[in-house]
Design a protein around this ligand. Sequence first.
Ligand SMILES: [Zn+2]
Length: 89
Amino acid sequence: MNIKLLNLNCRAATRLLSESLDRDLTRIERIGLRLHLIVCGACRAYRRQLAAMRRMIRRHLATGGDADSEARLSAEARERILKTIEGRA
Ligand SMILES: [Zn+2]
């Protein structure tokens, strides 16, 4: 058992957070990370950003990047703008 993992610094904690997306962390890594996140607001914020980014990437991949509502809205907006410009020309 690597006792250092129970006293992570932020560099090690963020590395583990990133790696946890790609592989299952060991039990001791999970415990060390959890302990660090309890005391470290910066790494909790990093974890939130990582999770949000992951959701965005997943949604982007799932929709092919152009089927989500924001993309539809901006396409409609583009059309409105183009019509307005053409109407004035
Ligand atoms: Zn930290």
